[in-house]
Design a protein around this ligand. Structure first.
Ligand SMILES: O=C(O)[C@H](O)CO
Length: 436
């Protein structure tokens, strides 16, 4: 029982240490007229309009923290908050949209329209601050294919997130279909001065994939899209109008590095998954665990990642006691389109592990830093050597839950889910494996 409690303690402490407010306090300074963001300085009296555009699961919490940090000039900012709302109400001069996730909804479309209209009205005398966090690909969306209905947009996103491709490749496709991704928000805002602050839920070095890189030069090309479409047989999965667009090679290219669009753009990373992992390691060491980190399985399938990490943990265990293996990033689950189970990749990963650790003293926790795993109410799950036998006792065997992609339902029944509620943050997932 102790190792279970400690795993949970490590996870919760890592979430606390990576909160957005304190991170903004370290990165932002505002003395009344000069706004400093990282190494960039903006003399705010030189701008006519100050605009804030926040997109993603952390849009509300990033906006609240931003307005707190810039309190002396906050009144001058107007703008759009598109994503999860903050706990505290934001001033009425900000238009708010609760965009859908994991697939877009009507608010996602309305947010995209409003954002494009607002940005297109800016001039070289204006400053726009973008606050971008993960989840934004679905929460703000407008297809370049203007005849696409909301159903087509939703079906396209669903097909992409369920095709088994890593997020960076999913977003290569999304960027080339969208009027608000792959640098196109930066293009809409040019010639205004632009600074983007990131709370990243993508692998290190892949920032232009974050929320499909709305303000960054896009490194991917249309050829990449066609290759990804072939590799993941997207023609079979995508709705007809979008599949047709890809088959006829009728996409348009995104803005690239060196384009005039980005001449007045800066980018600053506020938090990423390395911060979460570092905080977990600090807490685990304080509890007396010997900690190692293994992120090699980022974007692997849940099966391969479970095999790899448990093998590594057992190797560590053969040399010493109280070993803790941490792994940040995401694993992928390929869900057949007909399946209607409850759960997410963390719960699926944890349940897969439960079969491999049955009757042992190993504990495995897998949780999302946003507090929402897939379509479930949980952040993730924590399993141990008794999970399989407890599942048998309630008449819902682990292998059935896995086959039905219904891990969330079984883990809820067993009390093995972790429920934090939405955290207002989004730094990818954390896996904590303990062998006492
Ligand atoms: O919204 C998205 O595209 C993912 O969360 C990655 O940032």
């Amino acid at each position: 029982m102790k190792a279970r409690e400690e795993a949970l303690g490590i996870f919760l402490s890592a979430l606390r240490a990576s909160r957005i407010g304190p991170a903004m306090g370290r990165c932002f300074h505002c003395d009344g007229t000069v706004l400093e963001i990282g190494d960039n300085r903006y003399q705010t009296t030189e701008y006519e309009r100050l605009v804030l555009i926040a997109i993603g699961k952390a849009a509300g919490s990033m906006s609240t923290a931003f307005l707190d940090q810039t309190s002396t000039i906050a009144e001058r900012f107007e703008g759009i908050i598109a994503g999860h709302p903050s706990e505290e109400p934001l001033p009425a001069r900000f238009r708010k949209y609760r965009g859908g996730h994991p697939t877009p909804n009507e608010a996602s479309i309305a947010a995209a329209e409003d954002t494009l209209r607002t940005l297109e009205s800016l001039t070289e005398r204006d400053l726009v601050v973008f606050l971008i966090s993960g989840g934004g690909s679905a929460m703000v969306e407008q297809f370049l294919l203007t005849s696409a209905s909301l159903d087509v947009v939703i079906e396209t996103h669903k097909a992409l997130v369920e095709c088994g491709a890593p997020i960076t490749q999913i977003n290569v496709v999304r960027k080339h279909l969208s009027a608000v991704k792959g640098g196109r928000l930066a293009a809409a805002a040019a010639p205004a001065e632009q600074v983007t602050v990131f709370v990243s839920d993508v692998p290190a070095g892949e920032l232009d994939a974050l929320s499909s890189g709305p303000t960054m030069p896009d490194r991917s090309t249309m050829d990449d899209v066609y290759q990804i479409a072939n590799r993941y047989e997207l023609a079979k999965r995508l709705p007809a109008p979008v599949a047709g667009l890809l088959e006829s090679h009728a996409l348009t290219e995104t803005p690239k590095l060196g384009d005039i669009t980005f001449e007045r753009s800066q980018w600053v990373v506020l938090l990423d998954s390395a911060c979460l992992e570092h905080a977990a390691a600090v807490q685990a060491r304080e509890l007396g665990w010997h900690v190692e980190v293994d992120n090699t399985c980022d974007d692997w399938s849940t099966e391969r990642a479970a095999e790899h990490l448990l093998h590594r943990l057992r190797e560590m265990r053969s040399a010493r006691e109280r070993v803790c293996l941490l792994s940040a990033g995401e694993v992928t689950v390929c869900v057949p389109s007909s399946v209607k189970g409850n759960g997410g990749r963390n719960q699926h990963f944890a349940l897969l592990c439960s079969e491999k650790i049955a009757d042992s003293d190993i504990v495995v926790l897998s949780g999302g830093s946003d507090g929402i795993d897939g379509n479930s109410e949980a952040a993730g799950a924590i399993v141990d050597g008794t999970t399989v036998s407890r599942a048998d006792v309630v008449g819902f065997p682990v292998n059935r839950a896995l086959q039905e992609f219904n891990s969330g339902a079984l883990l809820a029944l067993l009390g093995d889910n972790i429920t934090t509620g939405p955290t207002g943050n989004n730094l990818r997932d954390l896996r904590i494996l303990l062998a006492p």
